[in-house]
Design a protein around this ligand. Structure first.
Ligand SMILES: Cc1ncc(COP(=O)(O)O)c(C=O)c1O
Length: 239
C-alpha cells in the first residue's frame, strides 16, 4: 500500500530509503519495481490518446521504473521533481542547458569537477555563454561578480580534488536576488548529508554513478528541482 504524502514527509532518511519509489500494491505485492523495457505504449482508445493524460506515453518519456526512481530521489532530496540522465555529466549538461542560453554569463566554482569545466569551456562557450570561474571560498563576496546577465551560479561542494566547502545559503541568496539560477553538483555529499533545496539550490545534480550505485557497475545522473524550477524545460521537444 502506498503511504500518504503526509506520512511520507514525516519519515526519516533511513525509512525513506526503504519505502520511497516503491508501490507494491501496483505490482502484485512485490517490493521492488521491476525493470520495464519498451518504447511504444498502447492507449485503451482514441479518446485517451487525444487527451494525452496517460501516466506513460513513450519509453523515452519515462517508464514505471524510471518514474519510481525519480520519485524516490525527489523524496530524499526534498525536491519537487527529478529527471534522470544517462550519466552524471549528462545531468550537469541538462541542468546547464535548462538554465543558461546564448548571451548569458555563468559563474562556475574553480574547484569544479574537470569534465564540467571542459563542458563549460567547450560547448557552452561555443554556444555563446560566457563562463567565469570564482574562488570556492568566496561566500557572500560573490556579489562583486554578479552582472546584469548572470543567469547561473554553479557550485560544487565539497569541490572535486581540493574539497573546499562553500557557503551555499549565502551564495544562493545573492544569486536569487540577481535573478540567477543556483545549480549545485551535490555528488560528494548526496542529499543524505546535504539537503540542497533546503539550502537554496534550485537544480541539484547527482552523479548516481558514484555513491548512489556504489559498485562501479552503472552510469546514472539525476537532476532534482525545487518548486520554482520544476516546470522548467531544456529546449527539447516535449512529447
Ligand atoms: C563530482 C562529480 N560530478 C560529476 C561526475 C560525473 O559523473 P559520470 O561519470 O556519471 O558522468 C563525477 C564522476 O566522477 C563526479 O565525481
Amino acid at each position: 500500500m502506498r503511504l500518504s504524502d503526509e506520512t511520507r514527509r514525516g519519515l526519516r532518511s533511513r525509512t525513506k530509503l526503504v519505502h520511497s519509489g516503491r508501490d507494491p500494491s501496483e505490482q502484485f505485492g512485490f517490493i521492488n519495481t521491476p525493470i520495464y523495457r519498451g518504447s511504444t505504449v498502447l492507449y485503451p482508445d482514441t479518446e485517451s490518446l487525444m487527451k494525452r493524460d496517460a501516466r506513460f506515453s513513450y519509453g523515452t518519456a519515462g517508464t514505471p521504473t524510471i518514474r519510481n526512481l525519480e520519485e524516490a530521489w525527489s523524496e530524499l532530496s526534498g525536491a519537487a521533481t527529478t529527471a534522470l540522465a544517462p550519466s552524471g555529466l549528462a545531468a550537469i549538461a541538462l541542468a546547464l542547458f535548462t538554465a543558461a542560453a546564448a548571451g548569458d554569463h555563468v559563474l562556475v566554482c574553480d574547484s569544479v569537477y574537470r569534465p564540467t569545466r571542459n563542458f563549460a569551456d567547450g560547448l557552452l562557450r561555443k554556444l555563446g555563454v560566457e563562463i567565469e570561474y570564482y574562488d570556492p571560498v568566496i561566500g557572500a563576496g560573490i556579489e562583486r561578480l554578479m552582472r546584469r546577465n548572470t543567469k547561473v551560479v554553479f557550485l560544487e561542494a565539497p569541490g572535486s580534488h581540493s574539497f573546499e566547502m562553500q557557503d551555499v545559503p549565502a551564495i544562493a541568496e545573492i544569486a536569487h536576488r540577481a535573478g540567477a539560477c543556483v545549480i549545485m553538483d551535490n555528488t560528494w555529499a548526496t542529499p543524505i548529508f546535504f539537503p540542497p533545496h533546503e539550502r537554496g539550490v534550485d537544480l541539484a545534480v547527482e552523479a548516481g554513478t558514484k555513491y548512489l550505485s556504489g559498485h562501479s557497475d552503472l552510469l546514472l545522473g539525476l537532476v532534482s528541482a525545487n518548486a520554482a524550477w520544476a516546470k522548467a524545460r531544456c529546449a527539447t521537444p516535449s512529447r
